[in-house]
Design a protein around this ligand. Sequence first.
Ligand code: HEM
Length: 214
Amino acid sequence: MLSGRRTLRRLRQSAAGLAVVTAAGLAERDAKPEVPQRDDGTPRQRDLRVEEIPKRPVRRSARMMPVHLRTIDDVPGDATRPSTPHGELTLEQIAELLPGTGELMQSVGVAWWKCAYAARGGNWALAAYFARRVRGLQRKLAIVRPKYADDIAAFESAQIAAVLAACEHADRATFDAAFANAVDVANELHVKWGKGYIRWTLPTDAPTDLDLKG
Ligand code: HEM
C-alpha cells in the first residue's frame, strides 16, 4: 500500500501519466470506473493505456507534497562492500583494480603512435581522433592519480591543443613540430616523476590495422 501511495504521489508530482493508477485515485473523477472487484469485495488496480490517463493540472497542494527521496538507509546491503556474483569487494579493492599509470600510459603510447602515422598518411580526422584518445586517457589518469592532474592539465592545454589545431588545419609541418615538442615535454615529465628511463620514441613502422590514407 505504501508503494501504491508513493506511485500516486509521483504521478501527481509529474502529471506525466503512469500506466497504472489505483482505483482509489480514479474514483473521484470517473463517473463509472471499471474497477473489478475481488471475491472479498476490495477494489483492484485497473491497467490503463497511457492515452486513457487524463492530463490533470497539478494542484497546488500536490506540488507542496514531500517527495520521498532514496537515502543510504534504503539501500539494501552494505554500500561500502558492493557484492558481485563472485562475492563482496571493498571500495578499496575496486579502486586497486582500476587501470593505473602504467596501463593508461601504455594505451597513450599506442594512440600517440597511431596519431603520428595517421597524420603522415593524410587521414587528419583519424589523427585528431587519436590525439583526443590520448587526451581522454590522460584525463582518466588525472582522476585515478590526482598527483599528476596539474601536469596533465598543462600538457592538454599546450601540447595536445597544438597537435589538434594542426590536425584541424591539415598542416603537416605544424603537426610535426607540435608532435615533436609534445614528445619532448612528455619525456621531461617522465624524468620529473622519477621515470627518466621511460623515453618515448616513435616506432619506425606504421600501424597496419587502420587505413591511414586521407
Ligand atoms: C603523448 C604523451 C605521452 C606519451 C606518448 C607517454 C608514454 C608513456 C609510456 C609508453 C610509458 C610506459 C608505459 C608502460 O608501463 O608500458 C609511460 C609511463 C609514464 N608516463 Fe607517460 N607518456 C606521455 C605523457 C605523460 C604525461 C603528460 C605524464 C604526466 C605526468 C606522464 C607520466 C608518466 C608516468 C608517471 C609514467 C610511469 C608509469 C608508472 O609509474 O607505472 N606521461 N608514458
